[in-house]
Design a protein around this ligand. Sequence first.
Ligand SMILES: Cc1ncc(COP(=O)(O)O)c(C=O)c1O
Length: 473
Amino acid sequence: MASSRRSLQCLLSRVCRETRRNYGALPEGTTPSSSQQLISLEYEFSAHNYHPVPIVFSQAKGSSIWDPEGNKYLDFLSAYSAVNQGHCHPKIMKALQDQAEKLTLSSRAFYNDRFPIFAEHLTSMFGYDMVLPMNTGAEGVETALKLARKWGYEKKNIPKDEAIIVSCCGCFHGRTLAVISMSCDNEATRGFGPLLPGHLKVDFGDEVTLEKIFKERGDQIAGFLFEPIQGEAGVIIPPDGYLKAVRQLCSKYNVLMIADEIQTGLARTGKMLACDWEQVRPDVVILGKALGGGVIPVSAVLADKDVMLCIQPGEHGSTFGGNPLASAVAIASLDVIKDEGLAERSANLGKELMDQLLKVQQQFPDYIKEVRGRGLFNAVEFNSKTLFPVSAYDICLKLKERGILAKPTHDTIVRLTPPLSISLDELREGSKALHEVLEHDLPNMRKAKPEKASPPGSTICDRCGRNLYASCD
Ligand SMILES: Cc1ncc(COP(=O)(O)O)c(C=O)c1O
């Protein structure tokens, strides 16, 4: 990770220097518009809290992206699953435009005529009594944490200020302070302490230790927060039966089972929720990303009344949560997922993609350690020894040159999560590009990289000493 970041910084500084030369030469009043100029401008004026693959999105439709120069690419990230329905879906865009002309914001100091419809729609679709609407995913997670604590004090009689949330090592839930306090991601937590107290960690997939923790501290534990499949960690799938075991343990020890389905939900894994793979019903479900159809941020926490009504007026909220524009977009986004059978589509195309990726793995068994996924939620994990000194980021740069936009995760994993509306032919272009990169580019890249490049950074968690991102199966 450290090495890929250094090479990115070098690249950006170079682009920046060159662009500044060009940019400086622009006639006064001209808006910078080339990819190079825009990357440079962002680097100069925006915080460096991301290290993007250097491609500028200028236009998008379905699975296709165009940069300002008119080059076309295929999206194999879907904005971290926020664009499950495909970019600029006409029905979602129409809902956005129609609502934008009528009413965009009421705040919840008043009622509006869209949120109640959205609330009824969403809760009946997922079979929960109530919803609490927010905007970003991290806010949804924060909401669930507060809800669990409140429920813990009111319904479970946890002594004042002693509530504990248990979360999984390696699960990702967002970037706010409370949320990173639940995290084991070194990059997310280093330098941001002190973190919030009141939580315990357990390995993802380890039901035995989970029960041990519940047994020892059960009286204080309000909730167990987890991703049903770890996304940011590199599409890590828990062992079969894990979700069922979590459900049983949460019921046995009176702990709220809180599923963060922000990335895995809304048809991404081939089911409406990833928990549906084991027919498990969590007590609290957090949704986000594709709920806003790739248009505006919409997140939501679902729970039944005995949990949700622990929160009273004035105790939690958001100025924009449940706004009419977001509600109209979310209704349309849900309708598209249902009407276009995107869950089934993801399941079927996912099998196809998996077959293609396994073939690539068979051809390059030394390079590819594992391909894994559920539906169109997939990852290719490279063998760090044979990949080194090349990183997953370098692979993504080469994929980009071949028209495929994918996201590296850590040093050795490339995630492949295209919009669920992608066609079979487009899907094949992704695995074909990967094949070509491994066949033609990777050997040269390995030769070209300096021999003394530092090996991949440690994946040992600062906080709990666990080896992060180790596959569970
Ligand atoms: C599982 C999960 N939870 C929460 C979040 C945070 O969502 P947001 O970036 O909208 O705050 C993410 C973002 O990637 C996520 O993958």
